[in-house]
Design a protein around this ligand. Structure first.
Ligand code: FEO
Length: 168
């Protein structure tokens, strides 16, 4: 059972995850355009992961007796000055997502809705991983600069494939 307030908050997060997906897909297009296909592939995998997050909210809201409602998604940016600038934007975005998930968890505590609290546990752990992964790439980009190391990093990041967890 979801309160109206909780249902609205979960729907807002579902739509925010779709917005996150669009940001990464836009970054994927940008990196294709500037000749870094590996980073484009990494961003495409991240897009799929964000859609997976959105669909977890979608399924949960409906299962919990609510109504998953799709909303307007803002237009994401479409170009970045440097690869580092894009990943710094991604890190800031993920930190924002973490803050939103924490707010949702606070609401679950406030409403004593333990089921929602348990559902959110997965996202709380996931955000630690998301920030760590993106922060790690920011660190590597700072080390390699714009030289040949960037092409090696592009090759490494291009090996990423998104595989949904068997049981999420
Ligand atoms: Fe769905 Fe990257 O947080």
């Amino acid at each position: 059972m979801l309160s109206e307030k909780m249902q609205d908050a979960l729907n807002a997060q579902m739509n925010w995850e779709i917005f996150s997906a669009h940001i990464y897909l836009s970054m994927s297009s940008h990196f294709s355009q500037i000749g870094l296909p590996g980073i484009a592939q990494w961003m495409n995998a991240q897009y799929q992961e964000e859609m997976f997050h959105a669909m977890k909210f979608f399924a949960y809201i409906n299962e919990a007796g609510g109504h998953a409602r799709l909303g307007t998604i803002d237009t994401p940016p479409y170009e970045w000055k440097t690869p580092l600038a894009a990943f710094e934007d991604a890190l800031a975005h993920e930190q924002g997502v973490t803050a939103r998930i924490n707010e949702l968890a606070n609401l679950a505590i406030e409403e004593k809705n333990h089921a929602v609290g348990i559902f959110l546990q997965w996202f709380i752990s996931e955000q630690v991983e998301e920030e760590d992964t993106v922060g790690g790439i920011v660190g590597k980009l700072k080390l390699v600069g714009d030289g040949g190391g960037l092409f090696m990093l592009d090759r490494d990041l291009g090996t990423r494939v998104f595989t949904p967890p068997v049981k999420a």
